[in-house]
Unconditional design. Sequence first.
Lengths: 376, 190
Amino acid sequence: MNLYAHLSELPAAEATAFRALVTRLRALPQHEPSPLLTSRILAAVADERAHPTLDVQPETRNQKPETQKPRLWYWAAAGLAACLLAVLTLFDRPADPTAADPTVWLAASQEADGSWQPAHHGGDPAYRPALTALAALALARDPADRFSADVRRACDALAALQTPDGAFGGTGRVRAYNHALATYALAALAPQDGPAAAALERAVAYSRANQSVEGGWDYEPGSEGNAAMTSWQVQALAAAAAKGIGQANIPLRKGLVWLRGAARDDGGVAYHRGSPSRSEGLAALTAHTLMTSGQAFEGLPALGRRLTVNLTAKDDAADCYRDYAKVMAFESAGDTARAETVRDGMQLRRQAGAQDPWEPIGGTLYTCAFTALARK
Amino acid sequence: MNSAPLEQLDDADLMLRVRSQDDEAAFTLLVSRHQKSLLNFFIRSGVQYDSEDLVQQTFLRLYRYRQRYVASAKFTTFLFLLARQVWIDELRRRQRRQRLAESLAAEPYEEFAAPAAPSAGVAGDLDLARALAALSEGLRQVIELAVYQDLPYAEVAEILEIPVGTVKSRMFNALAKLRELLVEKRGDTP
């Protein structure tokens, strides 16, 4: 039996009314998937293929699997990709921006208004604030301090991109990543006064207002939080607190408590707390955050170091974001040898032309910024 | 194994290729065929921000549980079984958060988001969309599967794990409730 057979069993008047209602229901507008959804799904499945998370035994029938706490670091990664992603697709350009000195290429790619426009490098324009933040953070790491003027322009550009509510545009994941990364960049790089400093105050207020009751941050208001977004927010708030912004202190403490709860006894970190899955990239990001942003809190740096114990330094597949997190985690733990191993692997994969899973989304800005951020 | 071009294969054949050969092209085709219907399934279920995440989770589960698939039922039945489980997990997460939110509601510095407002999408029949969103979960899922996915009642029953007779009664109640809500909205006398 189907719907219309069912309706035909009803009294004529009722059947007619219900058929009309069904027609109206079917005429409701359909939402279109974003252009990036297919690539996100396929990237997540490629990751699953490379790192299976569940040992699913073959069954002889179409059995539904038990509901689970989904292993969602894909979302973290996909989200990061999405957010970070707005950054890079310059492979058709003559020079390889990551070959020698990615910061030079980044500086040359800065727009006249001080931002970086992902759409000009194969990325998604929605992530302009996030990628501007990443590029600025990368330039600020230059040991010779060659780009201080560019960094200041980037901070002013971020202030100009801020919306009146303290966020940096977009909805859902886009909004979350734009805000987390832009706040982090402003907290780390903005001068003590001027429009960028005022923007930072507003951004911290937004962070505080959008923290979950559990202490984390996620894409959806009211969600418990995910390890990736919470790590970035905690790093941003720690930098803001170090700058003397008092309103950052309470959400910072709560965020660190959330991250502490995300670290499992087996050293694993999943995208969502309670999930049995594990992600090396998330474990590294969490470890780095606990060791740096949580250094003033008893037990957190030690917990962060423990999370690095089981991390591998050698990976086969390209993944700039994961590699960046590992380099930072190993460096924070004082394990310079393993940090160097990760850097070597990054370089070799770039030279071999390995495709980063997020390159199709993030473009060249993403790869270039993370390559620069992971340098010594 | 069917040797026709992939585009000409039905969903069940594609899924069998995914199961037996880990065929990426076949999986990609399944994603392209069904992502929109899944997206709208989650949006109509009330997911405001993370609907694409839930679509991604569903396809991940499809891949993860590919060995459990046999072509004894429609592919869409299997897919929406997975989608429903993703939705159940999401509801549990939300309920857990809600309980915690209630227990911490006295904390002065917390702010809580208002429930998502139903949306008809682009220029749609807002009254009907709101009425649909006002249905209980059980009634809305029957509408979703039988009206939007056009599944036979037997498959709806399998996905929702209820008897076919219950599908019929829920469908009747859902349509009656929608009509009632729409009449109330107009201010008419029923």
